[in-house]
Design a protein around this ligand. Structure first.
Ligand code: ST9
Ligand code: ZN
Ligand code: ZN
Length: 332
């Protein structure tokens, strides 16, 4: 058990602005049209073609140092999203001291998934209006839309309308988040593109093309796709032991690729749990291992979790029967 872990009160919805599901209020509309943003279509097409070339260079040309560097950057960017933008800033599932916040903001900037403020606003809307038109990556619109399509077109007006009602005051008071937001257009190109390319060239004489295509574009595209799988695959495929009535599911493959974020049925039911999963299994939850380590050295504290009895009762009341311990329980 990690130090400083506290159980939240015996309720099933967070009491703060973590935004519980509210999807009943926003229906899906048949009339939705794709308003393509061609700049994004072209950039993402280039990115994926370049990443495939990067994969080829990684197998046949790049130095092992460059491959190790790409893996290191993937792990760092993953933490900037999972431990940073997601569990700390979107859900307030734990608290972090300043050095940890700065580290996570740097990692988050390397990941270039928009600044923390924008990422968290979209994510809070996603939880509150899941699988409706107000959900930025509404999975009922299909795999492609929820995976990447939503970044290729204008947002549905309901995303913006409902998003305005999201309380973002906590992040507006967070100087690290606001600093990153203010200087994002300078910091992001340095963190995601310039530094990852220059380090291999300067320190171990890597060629520009190996550094650019492997450490930068392949690593970035791979990290993006691992993240997007949480919105697509983990909203479609897997067991639903905690709530069989919602789409988010428990998906082991996504959990491994996304540093512990594939236990998505649990996460949508109990979004304030710092583990984003019921169990703290480090092999499938790299982020939980990281947060626990940070708690041990005092940089993370007030780790929130959910009492076992609450999880058990919820499984028995709404689960699909797939929970290995509680299953159908005494459900009528
Ligand atoms: C990327 C994000 O990839 C990925 C997020 C994934 C989330 C996953 C979550 C799953 C759980 C966690 C798992 C983590 C796993 C990690 C694993 C790691 C290995 N509320 O956006 P604009 C308003 S990004 C309220 O331009 P358009 C607002 O007024 C990739 N209001 O809308 C805003 O102005 P401002 C790199 C909202 O024109 C205004 O609208 N980034 C909201 O429709 C305009 O906003 C890109 O490629 C809201 N939610 O354009 C950039 N939203 O901001 C892609 C908007 O000033 N994005 N408003 O207040 C874009 O180009 C555009 O956003 C667009 C839509 C074309 C998609
Ligand atoms: Zn989700
Ligand atoms: Zn979440």
């Amino acid at each position: 058990m990690a130090p400083n872990v506290t159980s939240s009160p015996v309720t099933e919805l967070p009491s703060e602005n973590i935004q519980g599901p509210d999807s009943g209020k926003v229906g899906n509309q048949e009339s939705y049209k794709w308003d393509l943003v061609w700049r994004n279509v072209i950039l993402f097409a280039y990115l994926h073609a370049a990443a495939l070339f990067g994969l080829y260079l990684m197998c046949f040309s790049a130095s092992w140092y460059t491959v190790a560097w790409a893996i290191f950057l993937y792990k760092c960017s993953a933490l900037g999203i999972t431990a940073g933008a997601h569990r700390l800033w979107s859900h307030k599932a734990y608290k972090a001291r300043l050095p940890l916040k700065i580290f996570l903001a740097i990692c988050n900037t390397i990941s270039f998934q928009n600044h923390v403020y924008e990422w968290s606003r979209d994510h809070r809307v996603h939880h509150k209006y899941s699988e409706t038109d107000a959900d930025p990556h509404n999975a009922t619109r299909g795999f492609f839309f929820s995976h990447v399509g939503w970044l290729l077109c204008r947002k549905h007006p309901l995303v913006k309308e409902k998003g305005k009602g999201i309380d973002m005051s906590d992040l507006e008071k967070d100087s690290v988040v606001m600093f990153q937001k203010k200087y994002y257009l300078i910091l992001m190109p340095i963190g995601c593109f310039l530094m990852p390319t220059l380090v291999p060239m300067y320190f171990w004489g890597e060629t520009f093309s190996n550094a650019w295509f492997v450490a930068t574009l392949f690593r970035y595209t791979f990290t993006l796709n691992m993240t997007w799988l949480v919105n697509s695959a983990a909203h479609m495929w897997g067991d639903k032991p905690y709530d069989g009535t919602i789409n988010p599911a428990e998906n082991l493959a996504v959990a491994i690729g996304a540093a512990g974020e594939g236990w998505h049925n649990y996460h949508h039911v109990f979004p304030w749990d710092y583990k984003a999963a019921e169990l703290g299994n480090y092999r499938t939850n790299f982020t939980t291992m990281f947060i626990d380590a940070m708690a041990k050295i005092g940089l993370a504290y007030d780790l929130k979790t959910v009492p076992k009895e609450v999880v058990m009762k919820r499984c028995q009341r709404t689960g699909d029967g797939s929970h290995p311990v509680w299953g159908w329980g005494d459900k009528d």
